[in-house]
Design a binder for this molecule. Sequence first.
Ligand code: SF4
Ligand SMILES: [Zn+2]
Length: 155
Amino acid sequence: MTDEKTTDWRTHAPCLDLPGFERVDGDDLWPDTIAAANAKAICRSCPFTIECAVDALSAGTPMDSIAPTPADDTIRAGIVCTGDDKTRRALQAAIEGRAYRQRAKRPTHCTQCAVEMCGTKTSSDPKIVPHAGRGICARCKQRNHYQTKKETTAA
Ligand code: SF4
Ligand SMILES: [Zn+2]
């Protein structure tokens, strides 16, 4: 097969010459601008999202000559591409027609006791407790476990 289809999507893409798809140097607010939101909306109705996402997987500036790097500082297939592994996973999900779910961010404080939490397994500071998962600290997890055990034994 020739590059006809590849050429076709590039020359017929609805984003051609439209603003908002590329980050302008120094514009750190770009992903949150109206222009970027409009760009993502255009991608949502674009018939070439798969071709575009496949191309974007290796459209970045490679760190070395071997590994392809995902696109950076651009919106492709509705994804704000930042040239990293998160971009690669989001593009891959778009290619496979899956919704890409970003991992939830660890809360900074325990949702049960409000103590400050860290992302490491141990902490040398007694005021900072490791995050045990699901938004609660290791101390609360242990307390909950103990409480459940006590209730089960009493029943
Ligand atoms: S998916 Fe978005 S960036 Fe890609 S060709 Fe379509 S409109 Fe352009
Ligand atoms: Zn807690």
